[in-house]
Design a protein around this ligand. Structure first.
Ligand code: C2E
Ligand code: CA
Ligand code: CA
Length: 634
């Protein structure tokens, strides 16, 4: 009986692994390719191990040169195997993968090892069940192979941060097993453990991270979002071009679990039928099709564009027989629009979250990614401006038709850039609202407005109250009234010096918290105004429900009044109704004398617009009021 049971076991292990791996479609990740190559080399290595044992046992019947050659080729394959393990270890460390000096260096070491093994003499021993080779050639292998094995182990410490924790652990276990097996075999040459040890090591790696299943999404069996990240990371690292179609479904399909799963499976099967693309299941029930474009960029772009139309048509049809979904699409014809996987994900997520109802498809091109860059930049600038207190308040005077003086002003936020330039609210308010930063900005503006009221004794200048904007997310905060009360107390002003401008909130729950906040603040003496009236965001019902004292007609409504007959009729009737409800009206955006005269004759109470003044800095505002409101007793 030959001493090959252990090797046979290893061989069986490797063959099982190969079988599992070939069963699955491959994503095409670099580490995945290297792992397959490793597996191949290791399998050949075990096979040669067995062959060499046969060659030694039956050396009497074959030429000595041939036996020696087989033994040496086995040693070369052993060296190759440790070399492949080393390459695999380096696969996560991009700068090593890319460094030609490093790559040349390790290949020179490998070549030197192979040369020495082939050039130096080898002997072999066979007695009963004990079979092994020895001599200088074997010693050379025992010198060179450990360099790669120990090198791998050392690299998992030196470059550990650049590897995934799984890979680090897997490689360490693998290398440790190889070292133990090699030491045992070195001390007891008849215990031929190296090949088997390697198989076990590979098996551990396979189960830890090269198992193709880890790349797959559980429900659909398609590549997962993590895999998508890894794959794109590789594509960008090698500056490969691809085009992509992202199918965006509602985060919550609002179906029962089983139905949802079966729809996702049906969808993924349909999308997988586009043979030239790789399909990924992203988070949020989204799917991505990636077309690697390589050289023929134009061709693949056309293919993906044509498929996009086909896919859009299919998604207008029902799933699982009768379920219609509101699916949107993102199409990036050329990955050159973004420069990294992080940026790709940013552009994808930002655009997926900003679809408007009727919009079925968005093109992700240079402009789209530029917008996302600016958006992210603006978030940083806002945070920076908050922490270094670079928000200022401008005041736009509000004129009373009744007293013919300026009785109020609206506090409007401005952001002072690092370069000293003023940034207007349309650039930062919507982003601050989306990111929740508006809460901090709103508070700062409020507190500054309060201080201004106190500092300049605005009441004595004829300014009865200051209007300050509240954004929806502020109104949703149950702590709003407590905070604002505290700010007013700190500034030593009366709550009736303040009128807060609110806009219509969409959900019932928002409305409930808003009402609660309003009641608490009104009990203190704060009053409320409804902003943006007439923009489609607000309707008459809202005025009835909400305890506001003032309704602010939006600029667009005033402008329409002078442009179109229907708007005129509607506005006249609206003014009448609001007056009957006992509320006051501010007309915003009055720019010309003609507009002013007309508005004055309509029964509107207050006017805010460029006709009188643009929003002014604190100093300019005080000068303005001092000059215009002379009549009030100072
Ligand atoms: P808004 O509350 O409707 O404020 C009125 C806007 O109309 C101001 O723009 C003002 O400068 C502008 N405006 C006033 N009269 C005229 C006019 O005759 N012609 C024209 N063309 N425009 C006029 P601003 O200051 O750029 O503010 C824009 C928006 O930013 C505000 O609209 C408000 O929604 C938001 N905003 C400003 N400050 C704050 C703040 O402190 N908090 C919150 N939540 N939002 C703010
Ligand atoms: Ca306002
Ligand atoms: Ca307004």
């Amino acid at each position: 009986m030959l001493n090959i049971e252990v090797q046979l076991c290893g061989l069986v292990f490797d063959i099982i692994l190969i079988f599992f791996i070939l069963r699955h479609e491959s994503v095409g990740l670099y580490s995945e390719k290297i792992f397959k190559l490793c597996l191949m080399v290791y399998t050949v290595c075990i096979f040669l191990d067995i062959t060499s044992i046969f060659a030694i046992v039956y050396s009497a019947f074959i030429p000595q040169l041939l036996t020696e050659a087989i033994c040496k080729i086995y040693l070369v394959s052993l060296l190759m195997a440790s070399f492949m393990g080393f390459i695999y270890t380096c696969s996560d460390v991009l700068h090593l993968r890319e460094s030609s000096e490093f790559q040349t260096g390790i290949r020179v070491v490998l070549a030197a090892g192979v040369l020495f093994i082939m050039m130096t003499p080898i002997s072999y021993f066979h007695s009963g069940r004990t079979v092994y080779s020895y001599g200088p050639s074997t010693v050379v292998t025992y010198i060179f192979a450990p360099m790669f094995i120990i090198g791998s182990l050392v690299f998992t410490f030196v470059y550990g941060k650049q590897m995934s924790a799984h890979r680090r652990r897997g490689i360490r276990a693998w290398m440790a097993i190889e070292i133990v097996a090699a030491v045992i075999q070195f001390v007891f040459p008849q215990a031929l453990l190296v090949g088997f040890g390697s198989s076990i090591g590979l098996f551990i790696l396979y189960s830890e991270l090269e198992n193709p299943e880890v790349y797959l999404d559980r429900i659909t069996g398609r590549f997962s979002f993590d895999t998508f990240n890894l794959y794109l990371k590789q594509e960008f690292a090698y500056i490969k071009k691809f085009s992509s179609i992202i199918v965006c479904n509602e985060e919550d399909l609002k179906l029962d679990d089983e139905l949802e799963k079966s729809i996702l499976v049906e969808m993924s099967e349909y999308l997988a039928s586009f043979a030239n693309a790789k399909l990924f299941r992203l988070s949020n029930n989204d799917f991505a099709l990636i077309y690697d474009t390589k050289e023929e960029i134009a061709m693949d772009e056309i293919e993906s564009a044509v498929n996009l139309d086909v896919i859009r048509n299919r998604f207008r049809q029902p799933w699982a027989g009768n379920v219609y979904l509101d699916t949107h699409f993102l199409y990036m014809p050329n990955s050159g629009a973004v420069s990294s996987v992080e940026e790709y994900i940013d552009v994808y997520l930002r655009n997926r979250d900003s679809f408007i109802k009727e919009e079925e498809m968005k093109l992700l091109d240079d402009t789209a990614s530029q917008h996302v860059r600016e958006y992210k930049q603006m978030i940083l600038e806002i945070k920076d401006a908050i922490s270094s207190d670079r928000f200022e308040v401008f005041y736009q005077p509000i004129y009373s038709i009744n007293t013919e003086t300026f009785v109020s002003a609206e506090a409007l936020a401005r952001m002072r850039g690092r370069d000293g330039k003023l940034v207007m609210p349309d650039k930062f308010i919507p982003i601050a609202e989306e990111t929740g930063l508006i809460e901090q900005i709103g508070e700062k503006i409020f507190s500054k407005a309060c201080n201004c009221i106190r500092k300049y004794e605005l009441k004595n200048k004829g300014i009865e109250y200051v209007e300050v904007n509240l954004s929806i997310s502020q109104c949703e905060n149950p702590m709003l009234s407590v905070k604002y009360d505290e700010i007013m107390k700190n500034a030593c002003i009366e709550p009736r010096d303040i009128s807060l401008e609110i806009t219509e909130s969409s959900t019932l729950n928002q409305k409930r918290i808003l009402l609660d906040n309003m009641n608490k603040l009104m009990n203190l003496g704060v009053s409320f105004a409804l902003d943006d009236f007439g923009t489609g965001e607000s309707n008459l019902n809202y005025i009835v429900d909400m305890p506001v004292k003032i309704v602010k007609f939006d600029r667009t409504m005033i402008q329409d009044y002078f442009k179109n007959e229907k708007a005129r009729v509607v506005m006249d009737a609206t003014v009448k109704m609001i007056k009957e409800l006992g509320l006051s009206i501010v007309a915003e955006g009055v720019e010309t004398e003609e507009q002013f005269e007309k508005i004055r004759s309509m029964g509107i109470d207050y006017i805010q617009g460029y006709y009188f003044s643009k929003p002014l800095s604190e100093n300019d505002f005080i000068k303005f009021i001092d000059e215009k409101n002379k009549i009030t007793g100072q």
